[in-house]
Design a protein around this ligand. Structure first.
Ligand code: SF4
Length: 187
């Protein structure tokens, strides 16, 4: 079992405070690209080959960081949620919320922490909705492994390490008292 120190050395969250970022590419183009990059044997082999070569792996990860930071404000959490958030990065939310916005979103869609900026989850709803993917936003995002910061999410994706990042079924039983009968809400 890895000790806390091992986990910290495996990756560390960036020190810069997250700020909402509006992606620089359309969601449609990214959905199309994503279909071309879905895990396949060739990608898996390439990922394994790269991971056996630390220098190449570092160069690949650095290239990913450069590209994704420019396009999405990526902070290299290593477990990418973009495919189900309209390609708006939830880690640029100042509160780093991966399951929708907080209660502080302004009526005009502004961020509570940085009012001059749009809430990244408002951006996600607009982008996913524009492509008929609103249902993606109902998926439950599981907590990430903080030991994977600074890793390549592309390699993790091809290697199947983030297959359980989100789920349509959280397995929770809704308590009976939360079942509000029609017409009783607000009473
Ligand atoms: S890897 Fe993490 S920080 Fe980077 S774009 Fe994806 S969700 Fe955002």
């Amino acid at each position: 079992m890895r000790k806390p120190r091992d986990l910290l050395s495996a990756g560390s969250a960036p020190s810069a405070s997250p700020r909402p970022v509006t992606p620089r590419v359309s969601a449609r183009s990214m959905y199309t690209l994503h279909r071309l990059l879905e895990p396949a044997q060739g990608y898996r082999r390439f990922a394994s080959w790269l991971e056996a070569r630390p220098r190449l792996r570092a160069a690949f990860t650095s290239a990913e960081k450069g590209v994704k930071h420019q396009l999405f404000g990526c902070r290299m959490c290593g477990q990418c949620a973009l495919p189900v958030t309209g390609y708006a990065c939830p880690m640029t939310c100042p509160k780093q919320l991966r399951n929708g916005p907080c209660g502080g979103v302004g009526a005009d869609g502004s961020c509570e922490v940085y009012p001059a900026m749009r809430c990244v989850w408002v951006i996600a709803v607009e982008r996913a909705g524009g492509e008929g993917r609103t249902g993606d936003l109902l998926l439950l995002q599981r907590p990430i492994d903080h030991g994977r910061w600074d890793q390549s999410s592309w390699l993790n994706y091809w290697q199947g390490r983030d297959e359980h990042l989100w789920t349509a079924n959280d397995g929770l039983v809704v308590p009976a008292q939360l079942h509000v009968a029609d017409g009783q809400a607000g009473t």
